[in-house]
Design a protein around this ligand. Structure first.
Ligand SMILES: Cc1cc2nc3c(=O)[nH]c(=O)nc-3n(C[C@H](O)[C@H](O)[C@H](O)COP(=O)(O)OP(=O)(O)OC[C@H]3O[C@@H](n4cnc5c(N)ncnc54)[C@H](O)[C@@H]3O)c2cc1C
Length: 384
């Protein structure tokens, strides 16, 4: 459907936000990371260049089935299914009052931030199947109950998009969440390897472009700081379908761009980072039980001079039947551990995954699983 040709939905009043920091989160349901990278997605490619695009991994079936109910609830609430307790696509038994969606948290903040949601899978926005995930506290919510066919989702995604474009351009949401369901249902109907799924992904790319154009066209855009996050909830099997434990089903992804977005994905990235990151971007403190996710954007930093250890170099020499290794204090510790394992230098293999630089490890005697660097470090010397 070409630009501007959307069948109109009636807009609710508002939202009447006022914050400078603003956030747009777009959820593309069931887009497999490898299929995303193979499709033609110029808009998402351009957006990723302003931040990062990275795969993420969601929970396994020991926690919940890899279905949209638990997976989208994790994105919305910032906690995993062991806490929000959405058990499947029937949401009954959930604990969403204790772990509300991030738009509801923003509405409850002091002063309140005003939010918008556009949703066309019924339990996300309506009292259907134990929902909604996104509560009625949201200032402007458009919620549809779309039939579970690709044709129905193609039509309703376009209607939602048209409404979201108008709200983003003409109204004043502090944070907006837009759900597009067509790619997931395309995979269920046609599998992931055919032209229909690719077309569904490429349509989403064009739709994200329309949302970004609406943000750019805002009259007050120059004075606003927008964070943009695009995310998927789960993957798919080749033949279409998910809910199980395979890598294809558990691999999701996230794109973060705009004000404060890092250029490189943090090592611990996961979909539960989105809710705390949006709250932090809008300057809202997290209330109640802490999130499982981390804040992905930088804070205000340190207003002073910061030194960074930059002594590099790794030199190994044989001593008896072992090795003596001289390492610069500025080398990355975990990279050294990986090399030690490769080269069979014994003594530090258990100390994998510990962040920081080599020079810091003897200062605190880094240790894990009964192994400490004090057992391996032969000496520390000052740089000549
Ligand atoms: C997710 C996570 C997991 C972790 N897991 C473990 C773990 O399993 N086991 C464990 O022991 N620790 C663990 N840590 C702590 C971690 O090992 C330290 O934070 C790390 O060693 C610090 O490295 P850094 O380069 O960031 O040092 P910094 O934080 O920059 O420095 C740490 C201290 O060392 C001093 N220092 C640093 N470099 C030098 C130098 N070249 N010469 C003299 N003084 C120096 C600094 O002045 C400072 O006092 C973990 C930390 C995180 C965030």
């Amino acid at each position: 459907m070409p630009n501007g040709d959307h069948e109109s939905l009636e807009l609710p009043p508002g939202p009447d936000g006022s914050s400078v920091g603003k956030a747009l989160v777009v959820l593309l349901d069931g887009v497999r990371f490898d299929c995303l990278t193979q499709a033609s997605t110029p808009v998402l490619d351009g957006l990723a260049a302003e931040g990062f695009l990275s795969p993420t991994r969601i929970f396994g079936t020991d926690v919940a089935p890899t279905l949209s109910g638990p997976a989208i609830s994790s994105i919305a609430t910032g906690v995993w299914p062991d806490k929000h307790r959405v058990p499947g696509n029937q949401l009954y038994g959930h604990a969403l009052e204790r772990y509300p969606d991030f738009l509801t948290r923003l509405e409850a903040a002091v002063p309140p931030r005003r939010t918008f949601a556009a949703l066309d899978w019924a339990p996300l926005g309506l009292p259907a199947d134990g929902g909604p995930v996104f509560s009625d506290a949201i200032a402007a919510k458009i919620a549809l109950a779309t039939a579970q066919t690709w044709a129905a989702y193609r039509r309703d995604d376009e209607r939602l998009l048209g409404a979201a474009v108008r709200v983003l351009r003409e109204r004043n949401p502090d944070a907006a969440f837009v759900y597009l369901g067509a790619p997931d249902i395309a995979a269920h109907e046609f599998g992931c390897l055919g032209p229909q799924y690719r077309q569904a992904i490429e349509t989403c790319d064009r739709q994200v472009g329309e949302l970004l154009a609406a943000v750019r066209a805002r009259p007050g855009r120059a004075g606003e700081q927008w964070l943009v996050i695009v995310v998927t909830d789960h993957g798919h099997l080749d033949e279409g379908g998910h809910g199980g434990d395979s890598d294809a089903e558990r691999t999701a992804w996230m794109l973060v761009a705009g004000t404060g977005a890092p250029a490189v994905a943090p090592a611990t990235l996961s979909n539960v980072d989105i809710a705390p990151t949006v709250l932090a971007h809008l300057g809202v403190a997290w209330d109640g039980d802490p999130p499982d996710g981390l804040v992905l954007i930088a804070d205000a930093g340190f207003a002073g001079l910061v030194g960074r250890m930059a002594i590099r170099g790794v030199e190994a020499r044989r001593v008896g039947d072992g090795f003596m290794v001289d390492v610069g204090a500025g080398e990355d510790w975990d990279t050294l551990v990986a090399r030690a394992v490769d080269e069979r230098w014994r003594g530090v293999a258990s100390l994998s995954g510990i962040p920081g630089r080599v020079g810091a490890t003897p200062i605190q005697n880094v240790g894990a699983y009964g192994e400490e660097v004090a057992d391996t470090v032969a000496g520390v010397r000052e740089s000549p």
